[in-house]
Write a protein that binds this ligand. Structure first.
Ligand code: PRX
Length: 626
């Protein structure tokens, strides 16, 4: 057993990262590692600048040369009766074909392509096909609405979309193409909609714009030379929520991101590529799906499992049935799934053979010690280590985590940074806290997987991450360091919610609510939720002439679904007579949070409120919620 406290940090970071970059197949090897400045007036981040490579080559060509018949992707369908194994050679050919189809339809290096896909192998092909020709993909989670899709299409100026007729999840069908059609009533600039046939849904077809993948693939060859890309050419944009405004298009580039995805995937999961099956249950619409279903595992030549469905279908034993069926060695999932499954009978787990399991991972939100223990004891039989990995869309890959073999004596601690990552905890004045203590979690040295900018708005990138603490990347999270130097993530310090591992901005939900004709003002806060981690509590003030009713509350929930998507559906809508504001008009969210959390006794000082009597009415109104 290794000792966590002695995890080695390299003394020369540049030399360390240059060495790590050697795990990739470069067309031109880089001669230098980082070239970055985090000064507010000169913020730039570059890694391996003079290197040239193609991301799809890392994931395909070199494995086709070495082990063409190894399974690259095991695809498990929504229905337990359907699965498929795809070799590296087959994946390579499909990716080349898709790349050729895109090329034939005029998609060029640097163009932006939106992917709005279900969890089918073609989603991975589409990402890699874009990478192959140097197009920049932006995957939009299938649970987002046409409105949300339209705003992302517009923001990145996409010219093509890859989607499916529909998606299957838990026995239901999601009308992806119909959503695309609706989005395209609002967003302009799309010349191609490439559509994968998944569900046999009846869909509209616009000649000249729409194209069926199964028809187009037969007209092209299974060979497409990879576009040589500079290390700093963008690989993808991924939209994520912050505390203000619309979601930001976080930009990741090619050389640094690929190095970091491959490095962290190997370091944390230690998969034996020729023998073990690795399964990350995320959706490709999130960063976890990018780094740990597609780019990381495929760069490392692993067999990656892609699951179309949900852990609760056809029953809550599905996850363990899949582990048994495909002899999964490493399972990487989210605490929300663990919490949902631990409410069910343990027999749903134990009736499945889990002897193949070696390592369990957790990602996306804090895992509570109770869920950690259950995950360790029941699915993991007390013999599988747990890696509770802390990271973010912006970090590109895992940053702070226990490693397999570490002592498993601190359930739910993030423990130590990976070699090459230099975190610090700062106090309110921006001074580093040495030794035990709690404060804002920052990273003090750049690393290759770091996001480079916000698409089209570099200033927003600078403001969001580099203005709170001078010269450091601020994560938005709080952290505590214990006596052993181990890190514990304490949660977001800003107005970002984490609902079932999905990151959401309260401002986004508020904007969605006030698109309803009856809503005058809204304030959204999170509250602890047994399964989701956080639930969404909305306080809505109605306009003159509207009376509170259950129907109106329901309508407001529906409005959020339509504006953002089912993932953001509020758990509670409280139609309130007013909001607690200071005399200068600032909403006191602390008070709203305490009320939603069910702690009206902990409101603290309310004397600065313009109308203190509002508070009692809000407390009364919140009593109806469980
Ligand atoms: O608050 C942290 C939480 O999720 C945020 C990042 O969300 P996102 O960009 O969507 O990326 C999710 C996948 C990495 C973080 O700022 N978070 C993520 N992992 C953990 C976590 N909180 C506690 N423990 C974790 N392991």
């Amino acid at each position: 057993m290794s000792d966590r406290t002695s995890r080695q940090q390299p003394s020369d970071l540049d030399a360390f990262w240059l060495k790590e970059a050697e795990r990739l197949d470069w067309m031109t090897k880089p001669s230098k590692a980082g070239n970055w400045s985090w000064a507010e007036d000169d913020l730039r981040i570059a890694w391996f600048e003079d290197g040239v490579l193609n991301a799809s080559v890392q994931c395909l060509d070199r494995h086709v040369a070495a082990h063409p018949d190894r399974t690259a992707i095991i695809w498990e369908g929504d229905s337990p009766d359907v699965s498929e194994r795809i070799t590296y050679r087959e994946a390579f050919e499909e990716v080349c074909r898709m790349a050729n189809v895109l090329k034939a339809r005029g998609v060029r290096k640097g163009d932006r392509v939106i992917l709005y896909m279900p969890m089918v192998p073609e989603a991975a092909y589409a990402m890699l096909a874009c990478a192959r020709i140097g197009a920049v993909h932006s995957v939009v989670f299938g649970g987002f609405s046409p409105e949300a899709l339209a705003s992302r299409i517009e923001d990145c100026g996409a010219t093509a979309i890859i989607t499916a007729d529909g998606g299957r999840r838990g026995g239901k069908t999601i009308p992806l193409k119909a959503n695309v059609d609706k989005a395209l009533e609002k967003a302009s600039g799309i010349r191609l909609v490439l559509m994968v046939q998944v569900t046999d849904e009846k869909v509209a077809f616009e000649d000249g714009r729409d194209l069926w993948w199964h028809e187009a693939r037969d007209d092209v060859t299974p060979d497409c030379p990879p576009e040589p890309m500079k290390a700093e050419d963008p690989l993808f944009i991924l939209y994520t929520s912050g505390s203000t405004g619309k979601p930001k298009g976080v930009v990741h580039t090619t050389g640094g991101y690929m190095t970091y995805a491959a490095y962290t995937h190997e370091k944390v999961f230690r998969v034996e590529p020729e023998r073990e099956v690795y399964w990350c249950t995320a959706d490709v619409g999130w960063i976890t799906g990018h780094s740990y279903i597609v780019y990381g595992p495929l760069a490392n030549g692993c067999t990656t499992l892609m699951f179309e469905g949900v852990p609760s279908y056809p029953d809550a034993g599905r996850m363990w049935a899949v582990v048994e069926k495909h002899e999964v060695a490493v399972l990487y999932t989210a605490p929300t799934a663990v919490r949902a499954l631990m409410r069910e009978s343990d027999e749903l787990v134990t009736k499945h053979d889990r002897s193949s399991l070696r390592l369990l991972g957790s990602v996306g939100e804090p895992i509570n010690p109770e869920a950690w223990r259950w995950y360790h004891e029941v699915p993991g039989e007390g013999r599988c280590d747990i890696v509770d990995t802390w990271w973010q869309t912006e970090t590109g890959g895992i940053m702070i985590t226990p490693l397999p073999g570490d002592p498993m004596d601190k359930p739910a601690a993030a423990t130590k940074p990976l070699p090459g990552i230099v975190p610090a905890i700062l106090d309110a004045d921006g001074k580093p806290i040495e030794g035990p203590g709690e404060g804002g979690l920052v990273i003090t040295q750049s690393w290759p997987g770091q996001a480079r900018t916000v698409w089209g708005d570099h200033e927003r990138f600078v403001q969001t991450y580099f203005s709170t603490y001078k010269g450091a990347y601020f994560t938005g999270d709080g952290a505590r360091r214990d006596e052993d130097g181990d890190y514990w993530i304490t949660g977001r310090l800003d107005d970002v919610l984490n609902v079932s591992g999905h990151r959401m901005g309260t401002a986004e939900i508020e904007s969605a609510l006030i698109t309803h004709k009856a809503a005058a003002e809204a304030a959204v806060v999170g509250y602890p939720h047994d399964v989701k981690g956080q639930g969404v509590h909305c306080y809505v003030i109605l306009k003159e002439g509207y009376e509170p009713s259950d129907e109106l509350a329901l309508e407001l929930k529906k409005t959020v679904r339509e504006e953002i998507g089912p993932v953001a559906t509020p758990d509670r809508v409280q139609l309130a007579p007013g909001l607690p504001k200071t005399r200068s008009g600032k909403i006191m969210r602390r008070i709203l949070r305490k009320i939603a959390e069910g702690h009206p006794d902990q409101l603290g000082d309310t004397s600065t409120l313009a109308e203190p009597e509002i508070v009692d009415k809000l407390i009364e109104g919140a009593k109806g919620f469980k």
